[in-house]
Write a protein that binds this ligand. Structure first.
Ligand code: ADP
Ligand code: MG
Length: 712
């Protein structure tokens, strides 16, 4: 046996060509082991088996050329633009060599970094176009490029020419060329020593290529596969890797959920009294969707295992009352319930409406937020620990370590996406095995939710309460500002109320707050002197916030200038107008949340999006989406497309794993397929041996790979 053999688990720093600096860069992308490196797959491939001669370039088509730099440098146009230009010609020495110009706008950085010099051989990949000056020459605007090093002869085999070439996204200063070499050498040293991780029966049944082949051919395709399939990530090798990733996640979630169903929990009993109470508190007829969802929740709570349910419902769909009904079931069985909300405003509002709802019943509700006086908090905590209060509404303050419940039976987390998964667990741990309901008003596309929230059961309120009149949304350009204010004036005169929302980045800093405060002064003094204008932001104390909200709710304040603290949950049906300043700066999900504050009563509501120039095409599309639809699911789908899965799911707050090769947008059909196979495997394992081996693999790799808690 050789003294040292490369393994999948070997750290990349032991690879030839990786020193401490590169190892650190790689680690910044989560690449620590050779296996991690193998999962860093190309985002594109270039067909350099067929280099195009410059004289054969067809305008409008993408092509790769290999050319030699004649001249290069920065050119300043009369309009003050600086364009970096490289003039290059075919290296082939053809009879009539043709020239091409490659151009980069604002190319000062290229000049400064001395990227190009005459004589270099360079691959350019881009779209050929006619030179606009009628010289008959061609140009490429901002092509991708790769400089061929001068001393390229020593290599056994070229990784850059005469083949399908993998193009990797650079990692800092580690460019595609270096990555190609690292991957080639890692794959060569490993040879076939890449064990398969998929259960053999699954691999055979689905005719998937083995893992070693999949890695080899994904990084260095052999030319058997059409480049179109490679570009679409649909060669057998790529499909296999995508399938594997989805399968592991789906199987892990299926097993986790399976296990949760065997843990003993509280078996709540539905008595006549519970039924009566649930009816008593209802101020209105529940919608069909609310009834269906309540039944799903109650069924879970009656079962002998803990509930783990996600309740999705668009803003204003009426989730709160469903949660309170679930709390009634817990309280009637002698248990306490906790309702955690992300902001003090929201918690306070929930508390006030819960207290009102519970009025006719013998249950006490309390509010635990950090803004309350220390003495009050202390005595409240004592009451919670003694079981003297049945329903505790609160913020993060609920998960502080000195909060102890006498008998916590139900945990409700509102606006799930505002809390990390960890915070949810911190609250759950305050009871022996409480039932858990998480609620969110930020829908994610349904198919994805069903597939990816595998460890939670899933309920949807897909219907708004009756008598809601639709919201009309208008885009207001700067020039139409005063007209828009007149429109608002007309409505407020008739007794309706308005929100004016101002974006600020950091509520904790006074500096950032200034524009919102200025706006408030401007509106109250110059624009709407005849109305009472209020101001709400995150730096007010709890009691100040409460006071402003109360006065707005009672109609004493007619126009409320606010930062995004009103984004979630705030409920004032008489408010029918929402003005959003600098709407171009907000994301779609946030705009949708904000707009959800209006349209809650029977009067027609209007949302006015004030947008400043200049705007990016993307923000234009966001604004257009807002004016075209109010359907939260549709909006979330567009949001996902605009931002891409990486950013959309962002910081793991969704509890959705970050995939390395798979892309939930591009690969939805593989996701459905893998999920079906994973469920099948979890329910009908082929043989105990195969099952055990796979579960062992998942356990060892699960948390590191997908950042989720243990399986099975
Ligand atoms: P969200 O789902 O955004 O949390 P809420 O629970 O705050 O929505 O409900 C929004 C508003 O609709 C509240 O004023 C609530 O009282 C009211 N509401 C909820 N369900 C119904 C219903 N079935 N009929 C009439 N009004 C309802
Ligand atoms: Mg709500």
């Amino acid at each position: 046996m050789p003294p040292y053999q490369l393994q999948l688990t070997t750290e990349v720093k032991y690879l030839k060509g990786v020193g401490p600096a590169r190892a650190e860069l790689l680690a910044s992308r989560g690449i620590r082991t050779v296996e991690d490196l193998l999962y860093y797959t190309p985002f594109r491939y270039e067909d350099r088996t067929h280099l195009t001669a410059i004289s054969n370039l067809i305008p409008g088509q993408m092509a790769t050329i290999l050319a030699k730099v004649l001249t290069c440098g920065l050119i300043r146009t009369r309009r003050g633009l600086s364009i970096y230009e490289v003039a290059a010609t075919d290296a082939s020495g053809a009879a009539r060599p043709r020239m091409i110009r490659c151009k980069w706008f604002n190319g000062g950085y290229i000049e400064r970094n001395k990227v190009f010099c005459a004589g270099q051989q360079i691959f350019f990949y881009g779209k050929a176009e006619q030179d606009p000056y009628g010289t008959g020459n061609l140009q490429m605007i901002q092509p991708q490029f790769e400089i061929v090093p001068e001393n390229n002869e020593g290599e056994k085999e070229s990784l850059e020419v005469g083949r399908l070439v993998p193009i990797y996204e650079s990692i800092g200063r580690i460019g595609p060329r270096v990555l190609r070499r690292l991957l080639r050498s890692a794959l060569e040293s490993l040879g076939g020593r890449i064990p398969d991780t998929l259960p053999p029966s699954v691999r055979i049944k689905n005719r998937l290529v083995d893992r070693a082949t999949a890695f080899h051919l994904s990084h260095f395709p052999d030319g058997e596969q059409p480049i179109e399939n490679l570009s679409r990530f649909r060669t057998p090798a790529q499909i296999r890797l995508i399938f594997e990733e989805f399968f592991n996640v789906s199987a892990g979630l299926a097993l986790k959920r399976h296990k949760a169903k065997t843990v003993p929990g509280i078996e709540f009993r539905v008595t006549e009294e519970v039924r009566r109470n649930i009816k008593t508190i209802l101020p209105f007829h529940p919608t069909k969707a609310q009834k269906r969802v309540l039944k799903e929740i109650v069924d879970d709570m009656r079962s002998p295992h803990p509930m783990n349910r996600l309740l999705q419902g668009d803003v204003g769909s009426g989730k709160t009352i469903v949660a309170v009904q679930a709390a009634l079931l817990a309280m009637a069985n002698g248990y306490q319930a906790a309702l955690m909300a992300p902001t003090e405003i929201l918690a306070t509002q929930h508390y006030l409406s819960v207290r009102q709802l519970l009025e006719p019943l013998p249950y006490t509700a309390d509010l635990l937020i950090s803004g309350r006086k220390a003495g009050d908090k202390k005595s409240l905590k004592t009451r919670i620990a003694r079981g003297e209060t049945s329903l505790v509404v609160g913020t993060h303050a609920l998960i502080e370590s000195d909060v102890e419940f006498a008998k916590l039976g139900l945990v409700v987390v509102d606006e799930q996406h505002r809390f990390g998964v960890l915070q949810r667990y911190q609250l759950i741990r305050k009871g022996p095995q409480p039932d858990v309901l998480v609620m969110t008003a930020t829908p994610i596309p349904r198919t994805l939710a069903l597939t990816l929230y595998g460890d939670l059961d899933f309920s949807v309120i897909d219907e708004l309460p009756p008598n809601r009149s639709p919201i009309t949304t208008h885009l207001v350009e700067e020039s139409a500002r005063s007209q828009a204010f007149e429109f608002v004036r007309g409505k407020v005169r008739t007794g309706q109320q308005a929100y004016v929302v101002y974006p600020i980045i950091e509520e904790s800093s006074k500096l950032d707050l200034r524009p919102a405060v200025k706006m408030f002064e401007h509106l109250s003094i110059n624009v709407f002197p005849e109305f009472k204008v209020g101001l709400l932001h995150g730096r007010l104390t709890s009691s100040e916030k409460e006071d402003v909200m109360r006065r707005f709710k009672q109609g004493e304040i007619q126009i409320l200038v606010s930062t995004t603290v009103v984004e979630v949950g705030v409920d004032v049906p008489n408010a029918t107008l929402m003005l959003i300043e600098h709407a171009e700066r907000f994301g779609l999900a946030q705009l949708h949340q904000l707009r959800g504050r209006i349209g809650r009563g029977s009067k027609k509501s209007h949302c006015l999006l004030f947008a400043a120039d200049p705007r990016s095409p993307e923000s234009d599309e966001r604004l257009r989406t807002m004016t075209e639809t109010t359907d939260g699911f549709k909006i979330s789908e567009i949001d996902l497309k605009l931002r891409g899965p990486g950013e959309f799911f962002g910081t793991r707050q969704w509890g959705i794993p970050a995939f390395r090769i798979a892309n939930v947008l591009r690969d939805q059909e593989i996701l459905e397929w893998a999920k079906g196979e994973a469920a099948d495997f979890a329910e009908h394992p082929p043989s105990p041996n195969e099952f055990q081996a796979y579960v062992k693999f998942l356990r060892q790799n699960w948390s590191r790979r997908y950042g989720l808690a243990g399986v099975a």
